[in-house]
Write a protein that binds this ligand. Structure first.
Ligand SMILES: [Mg+2]
Length: 451
């Protein structure tokens, strides 16, 4: 009897939450107390070598259970799939998930359901790269351009980018790819860091971390703004004084402002020469971003971490709304849709500087930027990946930063696997950390009542 082909036999989901709000790590004008969380998914298989695929959606605490439920709703599309077929064409899974007509009503192609699709599709790519024995960036960079084009859903895009144009961009991107891959392995990909700039940090902590970042090789840092105007000025003045005139400082308002306010507030920071203003207003406001961009130049406008899908990115580019496209590995429908956004950005000549941080977003998105450099845009000029220095030790293949650069991953896969000990400890609410935390709170409440 011929051996039965290996299949996906289970989709495991986990609600993982880290208590980051207690140190104000990740605090900004819109999100004062995030508990960085992952709705983590593991595609289990019956392959003899036990290969699994890992992916996740990133959330900031409450609602992570809703995100997990959305992933659970996709299980029927995944269990039973042949690994050979899935890995040969992850786009087929992506199309089936996006095309589920009843679940599509919950979007379409936006929000919790779409992020769930992204988590599952990314897990399929992790599986494909592991089976191919390559890090994902390399798998993508060495893939046949025609196959890559087939991975992209061009629906709603063809007025801006046709499959033929995409193929041309990818074929051109392959010229010199070998030398660029060697350069990437030698030097890595430039990073910038947000670690000094969380809104909840004191000026002393901000200044100390900014100086440390520059000493560590970073040439670009980012500060959160958008709360009190006088505080924005004071913090930016302190940061500029700490790092000097030659380090780029970007600022991030996390959607806090209306359009006119964004223009006034950004211009008010002009004397400290911010490099870009990030998410000045609603991520859905394409024309608002265009108005801000016209008004605040030469300060650049960056957005994308909350952009739902390739269609909104298309319009931001068509309307001249952004100088920088900030893809996020876990916001849209996974690698396939991010390929579409990278191709759109290449067509419009707009640099991609990914959003990262959170839980595992650095681990994932580095692969997409590295592919972009090696086999699409062909450059790292004015391109940087965000870096935040927490929660990496919960991953089996954490990012490695050297002299302000992301080191090219060498392990097969998408760097998405979490350590089993971390999953056990931080599963909410039953993991060891949260169980002990609840016991501490209950004891505290009893004491309070006794007083
Ligand atoms: Mg941001």
């Amino acid at each position: 009897m011929p051996p039965t082909p290996a299949r996906v036999v289970a989709v495991g989901t986990h609600d993982i939450r880290f208590p980051t709000s207690r140190e104000l790590d990740g605090s900004d004008a819109m999100n004062p107390d995030p508990d960085y969380s992952a709705a983590y998914v593991v595609l289990r298989t019956d392959a003899p070598d036990g290969t699994e695929g890992h992916g996740f959606a990133f959330t900031i605490g409450r609602g992570n259970d809703v995100q997990v439920a959305a992933i659970d709703a996709l299980r029927g599309h995944v269990v039973g799939r042949s690994l050979d077929e899935l890995c040969a064409d992850p786009g087929s899974l992506s199309r089936d998930l996006v095309g589920d007509s009843q679940l599509r009503w919950l979007g379409p192609e936006k929000g919790v359901m779409h992020m769930a699709i992204g988590a599952v599709v990314n897990a399929a790519w992790d599986l494909a790269a592991r089976r191919a024995g390559r890090p994902l960036w390399q798998l993508l960079a060495e893939a046949d351009p025609e196959w890559l084009v087939d991975q992209v859903d061009f629906r709603y895009l063809t007025d801006a980018l046709t499959p033929g144009e995409a193929l041309e961009l990818l074929r051109r991107g392959r010229e010199g790819a070998g030398e660029r891959a060697a350069a990437l392995r030698a030097r890595g990909f430039p990073a910038y860091t947000t670690s000094p700039g969380w809104l909840g940090y004191s000026d002393e902590k901000l200044t100390r971390l900014a100086v440390e970042a520059v000493a560590g090789g970073f040439r670009h840092i980012k500060l959160k703004v958008g709360a009190d105007p006088a505080e924005d000025l004071r913090r930016l003045r302190a940061a500029r004084a700490a790092v000097g005139p030659h380090i780029r400082i970007s600022v991030d308002a996390n959607q806090r402002w209306d359009v006119d306010e964004a223009i006034v507030r950004t211009k008010a920071l002009g004397e400290f020469e911010p490099y870009w203003i990030e998410e000045p207003t609603s991520p859905d406001d394409i024309l608002g971003h265009a108005a801000v961009r016209r008004a605040v130049a030469p300060v650049k406008v960056a957005t994308g971490e909350h952009v739902h899908n390739r269609v909104v990115f298309k319009q931001l580019l068509q309307a001249g709304s952004i100088d920088i496209a900030q893809i996020d590995a876990a916001r849209v429908g996974g690698v396939n849709e991010n390929l579409a956004v990278l191709l759109l950005a290449a067509k419009f000549g707009v640099p991609v500087c990914p959003h990262a941080g959170g839980v595992g977003l650095c681990e994932l998105v580095q692969h997409l930027s590295m592919f972009d450099f090696v086999a699409l845009s062909g450059t790292t000029d004015d391109r940087v990946i965000e870096y935040v220095d927490h929660l990496h030790d919960h991953f089996t293949e954490p990012v490695v930063i050297r002299d302000g650069h992301y080191t090219a991953p060498t392990a097969p896969g998408f760097s998405a696997a979490m350590r089993p000990e971390s999953v056990a400890e931080f599963t909410y609410p039953g993991g060891a950390f949260w169980t002990a935390d609840l016991a501490r709170r209950n004891a505290g409440n009893r004491k309070e009542r006794a007083v």
